[in-house]
Design a protein. Sequence first.
Length: 223
Amino acid sequence: MTSARRTRPKNTRRRRAADGTRNRLIRAAREVLERGGYGTASVIAIAERAGVSAGALYRHFPSKAELFVEVLRTAGEGELTEMNAAATRAETFVGRLEAVVATYARRALRNRRLAWALVHEPVDPLVEAERLVYRRNYCRGMAALLRQGIAAGEFPNQNADLTAAALVGAISETLVGPLSPIGAETASEAEIVASLLRFCRRSLGVRDVPTLQKIRARGARAR
């Protein structure tokens, strides 16, 4: 019994230390991606930023791709949490939809290099598979919101799953140019967000409203 009591605290400390190193590596990989994308995210660069050896990285992740999968998973969960939080503050389902779209677009546009790396930059197939998981979760959340809006009479009756997929695809494609590190000059954040909201309303068959001034005001307050 005495031996077991002595072993458990030691094992607990080891697990905590391992979890701490693992989390440090995930943060370091994200920070390297923010600075230069996958092209600069070498194992050595990530390990140095985390303050560990390259060998330590491989003890926690079988490959660099596995590490990037965890970065994408963590970032995706954070984005979905932010979008859901924004949606709960709106009083109508139309307002919730706009809050989700605007939050996603604003957060991407304010950290463009990271958003490009996480969503658009060519990556290993393992990371691409995780992107599809995130996109599927985004679509499911959007479809659930649309079904609620249809039931409440705010949206015309339609196939919520197909409409959600179409909206998510259009939003992603709209942001390709603005997020690209080699892209040309683009519209302002306020104009991009306002255009996306107009497109979403019209696609859903909801009465269009002059959103540009409202979105600019919200963006200015957020700063």
